[in-house]
Write a protein that binds this ligand. Structure first.
Ligand code: SAM
Ligand code: SF4
Length: 326
């Protein structure tokens, strides 16, 4: 079992399968995109499966696929069933921008994936285009509705709220959590990469206040094992729920149970720090499993008690979110 120095049990691995993406969200990537990793520097699927097997041996029972955009990597449709077929995993989920969701839902369902997170920062086509720099709102929305109709649950919709850009849509998002079974997650914009601008920051407490004022009281929901860092609530009579992921205003590290694997083979003990442990080097040297186990243990030992970021210091994480995977 992986237990860190602060007695947190680590049972969750987020795997970024690619650094590439078909969108250019303004808080994540510049218009021209980031410099791409070379093909040979990206972990191959058989390498990802070996790492996943070792992780499972160490008590990881939950894996999330992310990116870049996971659904753009060639061969991911063959990889996903191989991953979900590994014994010892209780839960495999995916975080996607939703552009190719509709076309992949059958495959995801057949592979046993039930939980889907879709990043959607606007419910208006033009604003979606402004934020992502592409006109794919309709594709994403169709994907979400089809996923709902096919019985995926929960479908979490992640919105990064930015002042003057989409903060005027928070009530519309919250209404969705009343009328539909969606789980709306408000995510505070984090100072990662170079695109973020602290003047655009909106705290989740501001958002919560605005929701309660207009839509009525929010009842807290108990913290389930798949909740991660979200504080969850429901409106009276709501079919869905809202959640707040407050990385900056309320450090969410107390219950951190996760490690992250980047597409280029580094394990990150913490999302919001610059420490990395190389797993690709020993893997490609042909090491024994014991050495990979030690890499995992080292990464767990390096987990900090909490992340050091706050808006005043505006301390940056060097890696871009598109190479970490969120
Ligand atoms: N492309 C996929 C997507 O957008 O869902 C997966 C990768 S994306 C990096 C994962 C999550 O990170 C998305 O929900 C995105 O909104 C979030 N994200 C990216 N940059 C962020 C930032 N600076 N602050 C907060 N969240 C961010
Ligand atoms: Fe792509 Fe996701 Fe980053 Fe948007 S947030 S540019 S969809 S990786």
């Amino acid at each position: 079992m992986l237990i860190d120095r602060f007695n947190r049990r680590i049972n969750y691995l987020r795997i970024s399968v690619t650094d590439r993406c078909n969108l250019r969200c303004i808080y994540c990537m510049p218009p021209e995109g980031e410099r791409k990793l070379r093909h040979k520097d990206i972990l191959r699927y058989e390498e990802l499966l070996r790492i996943a097997r070792i992780a499972i041996k160490l008590g990881i029972n939950k894996i999330r696929l992310t990116g870049g955009e996971p659904l753009v990597r060639k061969g991911v449709q063959e990889f996903i069933p191989m991953l979900t077929g590994l014994s010892g995993l209780d839960d495999v989920s995916i975080t996607t921008n939703g552009v190719f969701l509709k076309d992949n839902l059958k495959l995801l369902k057949a592979a046993g994936i039930k939980r889907i997170n879709v990043s959607l920062d606007s419910l208006k086509r033009l604003n979606f285009k402004l934020i992502t720099r592409f006109d794919y709102f309709n594709e994403v929305w169709e994907g979400i509705e089809k996923a709902r109709d096919m019985g995926f649950y929960p479908i979490k919709i992640n919105i990064v709220v930015m002042k003057g850009i989409n903060d005027n849509e928070v009530l519309d998002f919250a209404r969705l959590a009343i009328d539909q079974p969606y789980h709306i997650r408000f995510i505070e914009c984090m100072p990662i990469g170079l695109q973020t601008n602290s003047t655009a920051f909106v705290s989740n407490s501001e958002i919560k206040k605005a929701l309660v004022k207009t839509l009525g009281p929010l009842t807290p929901l108990s913290h389930g094992q798949n909740d991660g860092p979200a504080a969850r609530f429901r409106f009276d009579g709501g079919k869905g729920e809202v959640g707040f992921i407050s990385a900056i205003s309320d450090s969410f590290c107390r219950d951190c149970n996760r490690l992250r694997l980047t597409a280029d083979g580094m394990i990150l003990p913490c999302l919001l720090s610059n420490t990395e442990v190389d797993i690709k080097e020993p893997l490609r040297r042909g090491c024994l499993d014991e050495e990979l186990i030690k890499v995992f243990q080292k990464a767990v030992d390096l987990k900090p008690p909490s992340h050091p970021l706050n808006l005043e210091h505006d301390q940056m994480v060097y890696r871009k979110m598109c190479s970490i995977g969120g």
